[in-house]
Structures are given as structure tokens and as C-alpha cells.
Design a protein around this ligand. Structure first.
Ligand code: FES
Length: 85
């Protein structure tokens, strides 16, 4: 079975997208860049250096500072919650 990341929009209270986990997972791919490359809008004004705090998902995760592979390890539900979607 292929693992799937669910994108949950908290504003719309719906699953906005399901994205298959790539295999193999690119080693240094940030969660933010993974989401952006799958056409999920992620707010950012610091280009991923970790200073603007706009790319937060799941209430407190800076998506630019976490790799996709570490996100998968720490989030067994594979659910990404985005407040403004
Ligand atoms: S993009 Fe600015 S803190 Fe993540």
C-alpha cells in the first residue's frame, strides 16, 4: 500500500488534497518544498530560512525547517493541517 499524505484545510474543514509519499523520499526535501511542489499554497516571506514563521503547519511546525522524511517519522497520521486552506 502506498502511503499518502493528507492535506487538511482547517478553514474549509476538508481534505484539500491527498499526496502519495514519494519513494524514495528525497533526503533533504523540506516539508514546505514538498507541499509547494504539489501545488499546496504555503505562506512564506523568508524563502525558507526559518525567520518569518509564516509556513507553520499542524499548529507549530515550521514546514521549511523540517524534512519530509522527519515529518513522516514524527507524524504517524501523515496529516498536514493548514489553518488558512
Ligand atoms: S518560510 Fe519563513 S519561517 Fe518557514
Amino acid at each position: 500500500m502506498i502511503a499518502v499524505i493528507e492535506i487538511m484545510g482547517l478553514a474549509s474543514k476538508s481534505i484539500v488534497k491527498k499526496i502519495p509519499v514519494p519513494s524514495p523520499i528525497p533526503e533533504n526535501l523540506s516539508l514546505m518544498n514538498f507541499l509547494i511542489s504539489n501545488k499546496i499554497t504555503i505562506a512564506s516571506s523568508c524563502n525558507g530560512v526559518g525567520s518569518c514563521q509564516k509556513c507553520i503547519v499542524n499548529k507549530s511546525i515550521l514546514s521549511c525547517q523540517l524534512t519530509l522524511s522527519n515529518f513522516i517519522k514524527m507524524t504517524p497520521s501523515l496529516r498536514v493541517e493548514i489553518s488558512y486552506l
